[in-house]
Design a protein around this ligand. Structure first.
Ligand SMILES: Cc1ncc(COP(=O)(O)O)c(C=O)c1O
Length: 482
């Protein structure tokens, strides 16, 4: 296809080509519904092996999947293997992988350096619950990259944010915490609050509602977590003042410096600096949850990319090169509560030798400076290409991303936080785009709020395949919807 590279838009800019009329979102919704039926039928016809595996799986594994985030009606796609930027399903279909294990595989699948490190390590014993040299090499490298001197390990992003919050509570002696409305920080009770909320239940910016995400979370825990909007430092400050007046000064603000899990929402100029200043002034621990951004947007994550230093950082996903992993980094003052054993930071599998061997190889041999140059170049091409397609076909929206991460926002207004996302996203289109991609050999993370993740093994051919799918989708939408 003929691809026009257009200048990269500013975050939040709604792109249109001068002289091009936007297709009405209501018409797009109708057309999207019709196309989704056709594409769903095509997907079912193309995945008989997954259907059979699902029939067997549901007998012993609830909903036929290891995690509810892997479920899909009527059945999910079951995979066999991956190599580089590609994965294969049980029917033998090859996909260019932009899902990448919810952003864990920025190294690409079966990277030779990581395969070698894990192979060598497993022959030497895979678990002792005693420290090995690789764990200190990894912490030295993380300290260098993130500018935070002290590190501990866990086994997932949820464990990382849970431990970080407990440490912040231990340091400050306070219980209340602040999070950003709509931000996902894992599946433990402290943070399963105010995510995936229907628009009508969000509440005003100054007083957003604390709402549990699913059953089983005690109301007393929900009430300790206070949500505020992204990209609005004054709303955060007003909420802190109010909590302070009630004798509930927060222990921490936990946030992503650039929001993932809502497509990608970049911080507006000055926002992170203002948050840093406010939290420092009130003695509130600032935690950047870099489980997604961590090693994916720069060597030192969003912390390096946006030049604002938090008090703590949480990592997981890409840290382990495909093995379960997680880490908490902090200043020496903060980690004193752990060193003194006032806060218990523990776990049988923390610093597992296999994970540490994979992380060491990943950090020292794979995620090097040229790797980030490669990711930046490919992502710029992908973002420019997507915007050119939207503009050419008059589809409302814009593309936004950083380094390996990005998404097409199908929206008729800029998205700067959860409220604008829920108000303006044409929600039928990400679902339809997922189907179009899957039926044409491109695997995306499912869900209206997911972003793509490139790997260092992705090539221009993978970007072309993604752009071809989007062009097909845009063409088919507009063919009838105008
Ligand atoms: C920003 C962020 N924090 C924490 C988590 C939880 O990580 P895990 O699924 O490894 O527990 C996620 C998972 O998507 C995440 O995106």
């Amino acid at each position: 296809m003929a691809e026009t590279i257009v200048p990269r838009p500013q975050a939040g800019q709604v792109v249109s080509e001068p002289g091009h009329r936007m297709v009405d979102p209501a018409a797009l919704r109708v057309r999207a519904g019709q196309l989704a039926e056709l594409e769903e039928a095509r997907l079912r016809a193309g995945t008989p092996g997954s259907q059979r595996m699902h029939e067997r799986a549901v007998r012993s594994m609830t909903s036929g999947v290891p995690s509810s985030y892997q479920a899909r009606e009527p059945w999910p796609i079951y995979l066999t293997h991956g190599e580089g930027s590609r994965v294969w399903d049980v029917d033998g279909t090859e996909y260019a992988d932009f899902h990448n294990g919810y952003g864990s595989m920025v190294q690409g699948h079966a990277h030779p350096a990581i395969v070698r490190a894990v192979r060598e390590r497993i022959g030497l014993g895979s678990h002792f619950a005693m420290p090995t040299e690789d764990s200190l090499v990894v912490s030295e490298e993380l300290a260098r990259r993130f500018g935070l001197p002290q590190w501990r390990y866990v086994n997932s992003g949820s464990e990382a944010t849970m431990d970080a919050i407990r440490i912040a509570r231990g340091v400050t002696g306070r219980d209340t915490i602040i999070k950003i409305f709509g931000s996902y920080h894992g599946h433990h009770d402290y943070v399963m609050v105010s995510i995936g909320t229907p628009y009508a239940d969000i509440g005003p910016a100054e007083h957003m509602n604390s709402l549990g995400y699913g059953a089983g979370i005690p109301q007393v825990v929900i009430d300790l977590t206070v949500p505020v909007p992204f990209n609005d430092a004054s709303a955060m400050e007003r909420r802190i003042e109010e909590l302070d007046a009630q004798g509930r000064l927060p222990a921490c603000v936990i946030m992503e410096a650039a929001m993932m899990n809502l497509g990608v929402v970049l911080p507006e100029p000055g926002y992170l600096q203002a948050v840093r200043e406010i939290t420092a002034r009130y003695g509130i621990v600032l935690i950047f949850d870099e489980v997604k951004t961590g090693l994916c947007v720069a060597p030192g994550g969003a912390t390096e990319r946006f030049g604002v230093r938090p008090d703590m950082v949480t990592l997981a996903k890409a840290l382990g090169g495909g093995l379960p992993s997680g880490a908490v980094g902090a200043t020496a003052e903060i980690m004193e509560v752990v060193a003194s054993d006032r806060v218990k930071q523990v776990g049988t599998f923390n610093g597992n030798p296999l994970t540490m061997a994979a992380a060491r190889a990943s950090l020292l041999e794979v995620l090097t400076a040229p790797a980030y140059d490669h990711l930046d170049r490919l992502n710029d091409r992908l973002i420019g290409g997507c915007d050119a397609i939207l503009a050419r076909h008059g589809i409302p929206g814009y593309t936004v991303g950083i380094s390996s991460k990005g998404c097409v926002n199908f929206t008729d207004a800029p998205i700067r936080d959860y409220t604008s996302f829920m108000a303006h996203q044409v929600a039928e289109l990400p679902e339809l785009a997922w189907l179009y991609n899957a039926n044409r050999g491109v695997l995306m993370a499912p869900g209206r709020e997911e972003e793509w993740t490139l790997s260092v093994r992705h090539t221009d051919a993978d970007v072309d395949r993604y752009l071809e799918c989007l062009d097909r989708l845009a063409h088919d939408l507009v063919a009838v919807a105008v």
